[in-house]
Structure formats: C-alpha cells, structure tokens
Ligand binder design. Structure first.
Ligand SMILES: Nc1ncnc2c1ncn2[C@@H]1O[C@H](COP(=O)(O)OP(=O)(O)OP(=O)(O)O)[C@@H](O)[C@H]1O
Ligand SMILES: [Mg+2]
Length: 424
C-alpha cells in the first residue's frame, strides 16, 4: 500500500522545495537541477584546469548557493578526469594544524577511493594508517562550539610530542597525490566547506594555521582546493597574510540568483518530480508568491525553500483529499508562516531574546543596525549587545552583512524572523 503523499495533488512525487545541497552521488538531488552561475562555474573550472595545483575561495551570504556551486564544479571536474568526492570537509572546527592536515589527507584519500575503488599500494597504505588514526581521535567529525578558538593549548605550556600526522602527513599527502596522477588522475579536487564568521582572534589563528601548512600541504602538485565560507570569514582567513593571499585566487563572491533563475530552478524541480508524465505540470504556488517571498529572503534560497515547504505542508495537510489543485496564494501562505515561524523562533530564543527582536521590528523592521545603534535601542551595554547578536545569528533571526571597509558591521532581520514577527 502506498502511503499518502501530500504533493500528489500537484502531480508531484515529493516536495519540490527540499533544501538539501545538490550533489552528484544522490539520486534525489542531482546536479542536473542546477541553474545559472555559468561565469562562476567556468572561472572555478578554468583555474583548476590551468595549473598543476590551485587554491580558490567561494564566498557569499547564508543560503545563497555556495555549497551547491562547488558540488557542481566537482561533478564537472570528475567528468574531466579529476578525482574528487561529493563529501565536503568541514573546516570551521579545525583547531590545530594537525587537524587541517588530517582533513586534507583523509579528504584526498576518500576522493581517490571514490574515483578509483581499486586503489592500492604503499601510498594508499601509508595514508590509510594516518587517516584511521585521525578518525579514531574523532578528527573531522568533532563539533567544537569554539571553532578555531577551542585549541591553542598545544603551543603553550607543556610540549606534547609531535603526532604522526604532523611528522608524516605532508609526505603521505604528497605520495598519495603522485599516486593518483600515476593512475591517470588529472589532479584531486577538495572542497573545504563552511568557514564561518570567526572572532578576530580566532580568524587570526585560522589564518596562521593555513600559513603554517602552506608549503607542506597547500602547494602540493596535483592538489586543487576550493574553500567555501561567509564573505567576511573568507576575507579574514584567506586574505589576512600575504603568504596565504598570494597563493589563493581572488575570492568569488556570489550574488543572489536573479528572480527568473529562481523560477527556473523551481520549474526544473517540478519537472523532475512529476508523477504522471501525461498529466500537465501544476505549480503549487502562484508565480507572484515566489516573487514576493524571494524579495523577503534577499537571495537566501535555503530560507525561501524552507518557507515554501513549511507553509505548503501545513496548508496541504488541511485540504481534504479530492479537492482540485489550485495554486496557493500569498495571503494563505503568510498566515501559516507567521504562526509557525513565531512559535519556532520564540521557543528557540526564549522570552528575553524574542522581546529584543520585537523591539527591533517595532522600531523599523527593515533597518540595518550597528552594535552602537542597538546599544541605544535596547538600552544595554555593548558586551551584552554582542552576546545577544551572536545568539540571534545562531537562531537564524538576523544576519551580519559583510563588512564594508572600516565601517562597523551592520545587521539585518532575516526573512524567517520578519515572517515570525508579522512584519513581512
Ligand atoms: N544554482 C542553483 N541551481 C539550483 N539549485 C540551487 C542553486 N544554488 C542553490 N540551490 C539550492 O538552494 C539551496 C541552498 O543552496 P546551498 O546549500 O548551496 O547554499 P549555501 O550558500 O551553501 O548555504 P549555507 O550558507 O547554509 O551553507 C539548496 O537546496 C540548493 O539545492
Ligand atoms: Mg553551504
């Protein structure tokens, strides 16, 4: 017996508003759904193709499509004979040079195995041993709330003996890259994902870390690195030291997709998920709804898709079976999203923070605010403002705008928060 499917009403197999990143190894989220970004895609590929080793960075606001772009570039590179895997390597939790080396080595090892399952020999064995040790220590999977700042103890006080990874990692990595090329790979493409905004001190440490492993690891022949992160994080970490900046290409900063491309993105998904090919395509929401919601989310595709999925799931759950499928309008959608986002945010934030958010919205929901402005609005001291902002960012209620030169950072309410606050 088939289970009930809400989306069947619209001749869809499942939700067309999923928020997962596209990736080449998962059937439900194929890279063939990708739209636009041709210039950026080409630039990333050309840089990889033009040199024996390369380092690039992709930056942009939350949810704008950074990870998906790099997934598509890796799929392209794979077709062109590079070895790579659809896995992404976390970077924000790296605390030591050792961790970063471990991640590069285990990422390369996985890319080799993914593209060449019969890989074997001394280079593979040496790498495997180090990778296993690294993973046993929880490497690559530790979620440290402190980002880069949690560590630091290795360099101070009692000296611990250098780990096998620090001693042998660089050579193992070099041998593995050579092996890949002997076996016919054009090179190996690695994807370091989600470098987040860090405090100045932590960003400094992260930048030092990259500098520390530059010659041993970053510049190795056959290695092509793509680092992804928020605009400020990429700027501080990659561009801080001349020694690092000089070996990275200028970061690619992603702009929001144009509205027409967002409509196309959805059309691709409706087509791919069509249940009955003989029945026409029926869009669950009117075109104007996408237009209005996208304006609210200002390029945040993940936020837009989540709003559509949440809103429609709630509304479709209410309709009785057998009703004719009509596109849902903005008024109905707003009604459920307000209620839902309000509950979710309130619960996540707790009373105090929710009130601060309301004060912000009551004063002017569209305002871009600085910390100084918020000291005045909230009547609390700067350190509390800074703490509050951190919590609000983590909850997805506000977003920090990329720094403009020496100006103070500006903050904005996100689409999700504006819906919940009833000011959308
Ligand atoms: N160019 C594109 N074509 C089709 N779908 C896209 C495109 N860019 C992004 N998407 C879709 O939008 C959603 C968000 O994309 P993605 O996860 O790549 O954003 P991100 O910038 O990496 O987000 P975050 O800041 O949360 O890491 C995903 O569901 C993805 O499939
Ligand atoms: Mg991402």
């Amino acid at each position: 017996m088939a289970l009930p499917n809400l989306w069947g009403l619209y001749n869809l197999r499942s939700s067309p508003y999923f928020q997962a990143t596209l990736r080449q190894d998962v059937a439900g989220t194929p890279v063939s759904l990708f739209v636009g970004r041709q210039a950026e895609r080409q630039r990333l590929l050309t840089t990889i193709g033009s040199s024996r080793s390369s380092r690039q960075a992709v930056a942009g606001r939350p949810g704008i499509g950074k990870t998906t772009l790099v997934q598509v570039v890796k799929a392209d590179a794979l077709e062109a004979g590079y070895w790579t895997s659809a896995e992404v390597l976390p970077i924000s939790a790296a605390e030591q040079g050792e961790d970063l080396l471990g991640r590069l080595l285990s990422g390369t090892y996985d890319a080799v195995l993914a593209s060449h399952p019969q890989a074997c020999g001394p280079a593979m064995e040496a790498a495997q041993q180090l990778v296993r040790g690294f993973r046993l220590r929880g490497g690559g999977f530790t979620v440290s709330g402190f980002g880069f700042g949690g560590g630091g103890s290795h360099s101070e006080g009692v000296s611990t003996p250098p780990s096998p990874l620090l001693l042998d990692g660089p050579r193992a990595l070099r041998d593995l890259l050579n092996y890949a090329r002997e076996e016919g790979a054009e090179g190996v493409v690695l994807h370091l994902n989600n470098l987040e905004n860090l405090s100045e001190a932590d960003a400094g440490r992260a930048a030092d870390l990259l500098r520390g492993i530059r010659d041993q690891a970053l510049l190795l022949d056959g290695l092509h690195l793509v680092v992804v992160g928020t605009t400020d994080a990429v700027r501080t970490v990659v561009q801080r030291h001349t020694q690092v900046r000089s070996v990275f290409s200028d970061p690619i900063v992603l702009e929001p997709l144009a509205l027409g491309q967002v409509q196309l993105l959805l059309a691709h998904r409706y087509d791919a998920l069509r249940l009955d090919p003989d029945r026409p395509r029926q869009t669950p929401v009117a075109h104007t709804v996408i237009e209005q919601l996208y304006a609210l989310f200002r390029g945040d595709l993940r936020g837009l898709l989540k709003a559509l999925e949440d809103g429609l799931t709630a509304l479709l759950g209410l309709t009785a079976g057998g009703e004719a499928a009509v596109p849902i309008g903005m008024a109905d959608l707003l009604l459920v999203l307000r209620q839902r986002n309000r509950l979710e945010l309130k619960e996540q934030l707790g009373g105090g923070l929710w009130e601060r958010l309301q004060e912000w919205a009551d004063d002017d929901p569209a305002a871009e605010r600085t910390q100084a402005g918020l000291v005045a609005l909230w009547g609390i001291k700067q350190p509390s403002v800074s703490q509050t902002l951190q919590a609000l960012i983590e909850a997805g209620a506000i977003e920090a705008q990329p720094r403009q030169g020496r100006e103070a950072i500006r903050y904005l309410l996100t689409g999700t928060a504006r819906l919940g606050l009833g000011v959308a």
